[in-house]
Design a binder for this molecule. Structure first.
Ligand code: NAD
Length: 252
């Protein structure tokens, strides 16, 4: 049985710990993860909201905007786990955080180097009139997500890009959508700088994102995992702590 003291010793052993987070770091901020009862994903089937279906159907887009609104209704604030991650970067103990989350809570806690593998729900972007192969082909137009909600409230059921007339989508990575190259590059840079990776609140079941901890382990870096339940990569880690991230990391 690994204790929280072992985690403290493991953290002290490493010079530079890159953090990798999933939806579980934000549940204590009131944002449900994939599996939580009553969570967003129990009401909206992600298989229905793939990139391909989104670009093909105005009905799917309408349903997706409805889901986005529910996601934002939480009005979430960072919790002690996000705060610890930001503090480690400020203190020079971490190059930053690689996240699967789209909720903006790392930046809100003060993290500056954040590789958002799945984009951000705070912005919308033009994905072009006819993207194929899961690849956005937009004109570069981006706006605060509020812009889309305001357009819908003003009676536009399916807002289009004011710059080129293309389709508008949340600046997140949907199922079936290619990942953005910039956060992947930033994540790789941070892994280069670090001698260990700490995973917080990820089921490590969504690829390719979950491949990053595998890369860290394959390079011989230290690997720590904090999660409420076992993950498929626990056997690769030096330290695994099962519990609530905010409670475990408060004040660290
Ligand atoms: P996941 O839902 O697959 O797994 C979350 C893991 O966190 C679970 O294993 C759960 O047991 C654990 N967990 C829950 N609460 C915890 C806590 N307080 N402390 C420690 N562990 C806790 O999440 P994932 O691996 O990030 O994959 C989900 C995908 O869905 C991601 O790609 C992400 O983009 C998206 N998503 C994002 C958000 C968000 O931005 N907050 C929320 C839901 C889903």
């Amino acid at each position: 049985m690994v204790t929280e003291e072992d985690l403290g010793a493991w953290l002290a052993e490493h010079q530079s710990v890159v953090v990798f987070t999933g939806a579980g770091i934000s549940t204590e901020s009131g944002i449900p993860d994939f599996r939580s009862p009553g969570g967003v994903w129990t009401k909206y089937d992600p298989r229905e909201l793939t990139f391909q279906r989104y670009v093909a159907s105005a009905d799917v887009r309408a349903r997706s905007w409805k889901m986005r609104r529910e996601f934002f209704a939480a009005g979430a604030k960072p919790n002690p786990a996000h705060e610890a991650v930001a503090r480690w970067e400020r203190d020079g103990r971490s190059p930053g955080v690689i996240t699967q989350n789209i909720d903006g809570l790392h930046a809100a806690a003060g993290s500056r180097s954040v590789a958002r593998l799945h984009g951000t729900a705070a912005e919308v972007m033009c994905v072009g009139a006819a993207p194929v192969g899961g690849q956005p082909v937009g004109c570069g137009w981006r706006e605060d997500t509020r812009w889309a909600f305001d357009a819908i409230d003003a009676g536009t059921a399916d807002p289009m890009c004011p710059s080129c007339g293309g389709l508008i989508k949340s600046a997140t990575v949907s199922f079936g959508q290619m990942m953005f190259p910039e956060p992947i590059e930033l994540a790789e840079q941070m892994i280069e700088e670090a001698d260990a990776m700490l995973v917080i609140g990820s089921s490590l079941s969504v690829y390719p994102a979950a491949g990053f901890p595998e890369i860290a382990a394959a390079r011989g870096m230290g690997l720590g995992i904090i999660n409420a339940e076992p993950t498929p990569l626990d056997h690769l880690a030096d330290v695994v702590v099962h519990g609530r991230a905010g409670e475990i990391l408060a004040g660290r």
